[in-house]
Design a protein around this ligand. Structure first.
Ligand code: 13P
Ligand code: 13P
Ligand code: MG
Ligand code: MG
Length: 385
C-alpha cells in the first residue's frame, strides 16, 4: 500500500527572542490542522523544536499535493495571527510570500516528503533541528546509511550489504546528482563535506534490495531562506524523515549518528559554528547564545495510514554524555567571540548583516602601494617532478 509522509515546518514567531514557541500558537496550528484535515489526512502530529513548529502528516495523495501543502500553509497563517496578537518576536518569520499558489516550496517553510510502499510494520524517525542549515544533516545521514562503524548492519545484514543510493543537491547551482555507496563513497564525501553548498536530499535503497527495492528511505528539507529572501531572515532549521529497521538502519543505528556532537553552522544570528546537541523536546529551548544548535527525534510507526507514537527518542540518559560534550564544546568555542572559525567564514556571511557594516568602511580605505591584489595573482608555475 502506498502512503505519503509529509513533514512541513516553519518559524512563525517565538518567545522571547528566538528561544522557543509560544504554546497557544502551537495549539492554534494543531487545532487548525485537526479541524481541516478530514478526508485529506489519515494521521498527523503537530509539535515543535526550539522556535520552529513542526507538522508531520500522513495521507495518500503523493508528494507536492496542493491540498496538503495548503493545509500546512493556512495552519501557519492561523498561528501567525495569534503570534501577532501577543506581539511575538518574528511573527510570521518564515512565511516569506503572501499568496499561496499550490505549492509551499520556495515560500519559506521547510518541506520533507516521501511517497512510500508501506511495509507490514513501517517505523520511521522525524529528526528536527533548530539554529542550523540543511547541510547539518549531511554528516549524520551519511553515517546512518554509509558508515559501517556507525551502522554495523551494512556489514552484518545481507539486506543492507549492497549499500544505498544518495541524491545530493548543489543548492547554489540548482543541480543534483545520484551516487551509489559504497561504490562512490569518496565522491559523495568530496561533495557533502562542503555542507553549505552540497546537501543530501534523499537516500534510496538499490534495485537489488530484497525487502524494499528502489525505495526512498530518507528525505531532508533543503529550503534555504536566504536564497529565497535574498537576505538573512533566520536559519533554515532543517528536518528529515528516516525510515528504519528491516533492511534499513535500526532505530539505534540511526540515533547513534548523533552520539558524538559535530559542528554545524547557524547558532547566534545564523553566523556561528557550534556543536549539535541531541535533546528531548522539553530541552529544546534555545537559550545559550541562542543555542547551542539542537536536534530532537520523534519515533513513529505507520499502519493503514494511521500513526502510533511519537516517542521522544533523545529524552534518554544514554545521550547525557553527548549533551555534556556539546556543552564543553560550547564553553570552548564561545571564548573566541567574533573570530573564525567560531564565527562563519566571510563567504557564508554574505546574507547576514555583516556586509552592511563593512560597506560603511569602504570609503575610508586607501590603496597599499605596490601590493598585488588577489585576483591579479597568476597561477604559480610548479615543477611537478
Ligand atoms: P531488523 O533487521 O529486524 O530491523 O533488526 C535489527 C535490529 O533491530 C537490531 O538492533
Ligand atoms: P531562527 O532561525 O531559529 O529563527 O534563529 C534566528 C537567529 O538569528 C538566532 O540568533
Ligand atoms: Mg526564530
Ligand atoms: Mg528556528
Amino acid at each position: 500500500m502506498k502512503a505519503t509522509i509529509s513533514h512541513i515546518k516553519a518559524d512563525i514567531g517565538s518567545l522571547p527572542g528566538h528561544t522557543t514557541v509560544y504554546a497557544p500558537v502551537e495549539e492554534e496550528v494543531r487545532k487548525f490542522v485537526s479541524d481541516n484535515s478530514r478526508g485529506l489526512l489519515t494521521g498527523f502530529h503537530v509539535g515543535h523544536v526550539g522556535d520552529d513548529i513542526q507538522i508531520t502528516m500522513v495521507h495518500s495523495r503523493g508528494i507536492d499535493n496542493p491540498e496538503v501543502h495548503g493545509l500546512a500553509w493556512n495552519a501557519f497563517k492561523a498561528g501567525t495571527e495569534v503570534a501577532k496578537k501577543v506581539g511575538l518576536y518574528g511573527a510570521g518569520q518564515d512565511l516569506l510570500k503572501d499568496a499561496f499558489s499550490g505549492n509551499i516550496k520556495g515560500m519559506g517553510p521547510g518541506v520533507a516528503e516521501m511517497e512510500i510502499t508501506s511495509r507490514k510494520s513501517e517505523p520511521f524517525i522525524v529528526y528536527m533541528m533548530d539554529k542550523t542549515e540543511p547541510g547539518a544533516f549531511n554528516f549524520p545521514i551519511f553515517k546512518m546509511f554509509a558508515d559501517p562503524f556507525n551502522t554495523p548492519g551494512l556489514v552484518i545484514d545481507p539486506n543492507m550489504h549492497d549499500g544505498f543510493r544518495f541524491e545530493v543537491w548543489d543548492v547554489l547551482e540548482g543541480r543534483k546528482i545520484e551516487l551509489p555507496s559504497p561504490e562512490n563513497t569518496y565522491d559523495i564525501l568530496a561533495m557533502i563535506g562542503s555542507k553549505s553548498r552540497y546537501v543530501i536530499k534523499r537516500v534510496y535503497t538499490k534495485e537489488a534490495h530484497e525487502k524494499l527495492p528502489d525505495e526512498n528511505v530518507a528525505v531532508v528539507t533543503t529550503d534555504k531562506l536566504s536564497l529565497i529572501a535574498g537576505e538573512y531572515v533566520g536559519k533554515d532549521d532543517p528536518a528529515a524523515i528516516v525510515r528504519i529497521q528491516s533492511g534499513l538502519p535500526a532505530s539505534g543505528e540511526s540515533l547513534e549518528a548523533f552520539a558524538h556532537p559535530f559542528l554545524v553552522s547557524g547558532w547566534m544570528r545564523g553566523s556561528f559554528n557550534g556543536p549539535l546537541m541531541p535533546v528531548g523536546i522539553k530541552d529544546s529551548k534555545m537559550t545559550r547564545f541562542d543555542g547551542p544548535p539542537r536536534v530532537a527525534a520523534l519515533g513513529f510507526v505507520l499502519k493503514d495510514g494511521k500513526l502510533a507514537g511519537p516517542v521522544d527518542l533523545f529524552d534518554d540518559v544514554a545521550f547525557d554524555g553527548a549533551r555534556r560534550t556539546a556543552i564543553e564544546m560550547t564553553d570552548h568555542l564561545r571564548r573566541m567571540g567574533p573570530f573564525e572559525p567560531h564565527r562563519l567564514p566571510e563567504s557564508d556571511m554574505e546574507y547576514t548583516t555583516l556586509p552592511k557594516v563593512l560597506s560603511r568602511l569602504s570609503s575610508r580605505f586607501t590603496p597599499i602601494e605596490g601590493h598585488i591584489k588577489a585576483e591579479t595573482l597568476e597561477e604559480p608555475t610548479r615543477d611537478m617532478d
